[in-house]
Write a protein that binds this ligand. Structure first.
Ligand code: OSB
Ligand code: MG
Length: 374
């Protein structure tokens, strides 16, 4: 189906986080989110860009994403209409900028599905109507803070809220002890994994092997983004399965990682790989290889969360994702909040994303707007 686009609004919103979120690459206290709204004669489509304020998690950052959208990506769309499935190929001559590309493709897909009356879940091939949810826990100043004594946003509370899997962010100096403390308090049945966001090198292999004692589901991205070969070497030393996040920017990367033995699990973040269609290709490839995948997150508002929950319902997503409830990050979201029930989130069933920003809430947090006519 070809959709004729009249223009695209690029809007920036300021979304304060309920608590600072600390990783090995920095501390986030507020999300500066780029929201994309595609306007057509038949309706609107929404998406958010996952790029963060600074290029630390990856090379993209939100000002840069808006610039490349304005200067190159949006002007490349044909004036006489476009099918969402063609957007990826149209944008291919521009290298990189996967998060910017993903936001544009997703907004076009959203309006197209709304016009067709089909949900993201149905379009992508979801096989379940709800998904089990994990939560990502930032680096803390102390073990009591990580558990429950000081911080309201600590492991204790998440376990009580029903999250079925806990992911601890780690870095050198905050790895073995926090894992031990959580295992001692919550027992061996808790599904537990760690995420290093590329904070280690192969020299740390013997240190990371100490994590083998704690029966973790996986260790996510221990080494640098482009350390594919080193991850394969590390995989031969560790018993804990290696999962790649930052290293996988495409289905081709996933194919390389699988054939190298660089990982046995993949974190699929649609934004990082350029969109939900490439994310589905990675899912299909991994599934054919018997490699489990799970859906990662980028502190999304309800717009991005809705699409992630739909993706996480595909049959190869066999591990709980970072698909937390909206209140994990925001007191007030721009959409009706996603709320956990029995550790799960329902896959939206309405057309497109099945949700949209509430105009008043969106306007309240808006810091800038830009209109690009097509
Ligand atoms: O590495 O998975 C990551 C957040 C921002 C950037 C990178 C990562 C994360 C998270 C949180 O771990 C995921 C989420 O709950 O949205
Ligand atoms: Mg990660």
């Amino acid at each position: 189906m070809k959709i004729k686009i009249s223009g695209i609004e690029l809007r920036r919103i300021a979304m304060p986080l309920v608590a600072p979120f600390r990783t090995s690459f920095g501390v986030e206290t507020s999300r500066d989110v780029l929201v994309v709204r595609v306007v057509t004669p038949d309706g609107e489509g929404w998406a958010e860009c996952a790029a963060m304020s600074e290029p630390r998690y990856c090379s993209e950052y939100v000002d840069g994403a808006q610039d490349v959208l304005r200067k190159f990506l949006i002007p490349a769309l044909p004036k006489d209409g476009v099918d969402a499935a063609a957007v990826g190929r149209i944008l291919e001559p521009f290298t990189g900028h996967h998060m910017a590309k993903s936001a544009l493709e997703t907004a076009v897909l959203d309006v197209q599905l709304r016009v067709a009356g089909e949900s993201f879940g149905s379009y992508l091939g979801a096989s379940r109507d709800r998904v089990p949810c994990g939560v990502s826990v930032g680096i803390m100043n102390s073990l009591p803070e990580l558990l429950d004594a000081v911080d309201r946003y600590a492991v204790d509370r998440y376990v009580a809220e029903g999250y079925v899997r806990i992911k601890l962010k780690i870095e050198p100096g905050w790895d073995i002890e926090p894992v031990r403390a959580v295992r001692e308090r919550f027992g061996d049945d808790l599904l537990l994994q760690v995420d290093a966001n590329a904070a280690y090198t192969l020299v740390d292999a013997q240190h990371l092997a100490k994590l083998d004692a704690f029966d973790l589901l996986l260790i996510e991205q221990p080494l640098a983004n482009d350390d594919m070969v080193q991850h394969a070497q590390l995989a031969r030393i560790l018993r804990t399965p290696i999962c790649l996040d930052e290293s996988i920017e495409s289905a081709a990367d996933a194919a390389a990682a699988i054939s190298l033995g660089a990982c046995s699990i993949i974190n699929v973040k649609p934004a990082r790989v350029g969109g939900y269609l490439e994310a589905r290709r990675i899912h299909d490839l991994a599934r054919a290889h018997g490699i489990p995948v799970w859906c990662g997150g980028m502190l999304e508002t309800g717009i991005g969360r809705a699409a992630n929950v739909a993706l996480a319902a595909l049959p190869g997503f066999t591990l709980p994702g970072d698909t937390s409830g909206s209140h994990r990050y925001f007191v007030t979201d721009i959409t009706p909040p996603f709320v956990l029930s029995d550790g799960h989130l329902d896959v939206p069933t309405g057309p497109g994303l099945g949700t949209e920003p509430l105009t008043e809430l969106l306007d309240e947090v808006t810091t800038a707007r830009e209109w690009i006519a097509l």
